[in-house]
Design a protein around this ligand. Structure first.
Ligand code: TYD
Length: 132
């Protein structure tokens, strides 16, 4: 399955780099921003898909592994560059693991939090993604 990377424009400066996200230049208009931090070593996050929600995942600091599954195939990538995010389409199962110490995972979401939009059961996900 395809992983949709998004290059985030940045202004490089010897004083420190600056990366910019602008609504009009994103593939969706974020309604919510949240971030994972203080993730204990060995901890795993995610383990679900979304029916309608789109997400952009950005490793603000440190690194972590993102596993994407469409019900047939899976792909694992390591995010470690704060100017390269990954877009997660609807109906893609995601797992996040191998967080480095001090890592911060920024998430831009197309919708506000709605538990009904989650599919947290793997069997339900497989049923929903399998061909009729
Ligand atoms: P979840 O989305 O499962 O976290 P992750 O995929 O990063 O492992 O959310 C964990 C818990 O936090 C769950 O009980 C729902 C709650 N939550 C909110 O209340 N608001 C939010 O915006 C998010 C993302 C989660």
């Amino acid at each position: 399955m395809e992983v949709k990377w998004l290059d985030i424009p940045s202004i490089k400066d010897p004083r420190g780099n600056l990366a910019v996200l602008e609504n009009s230049k994103l593939p969706f208009k974020p309604k919510r921003v949240y971030y994972l931090f203080d993730v204990p070593s060995g901890s795993e996050r995610g383990g679900h898909a979304h029916k309608n929600l789109l997400q952009l995942i950005i490793p603000l600091s440190g690194s972590f592994e993102l596993v994407l599954k469409d019900g047939q195939k899976q792909k694992s990538v390591t995010l470690h560059n704060p100017t390269k995010g990954v877009l997660i389409p609807t109906m893609v199962w995601r797992e996040l693991r191998n967080f480095s110490a001090g890592s911060v995972c920024l998430v831009l979401a197309s919708e506000e939090y709605e538990e009904e939009d989650y599919i947290r059961d793997w069997n339900e996900f497989i049923s929903a993604t399998s061909q009729p």
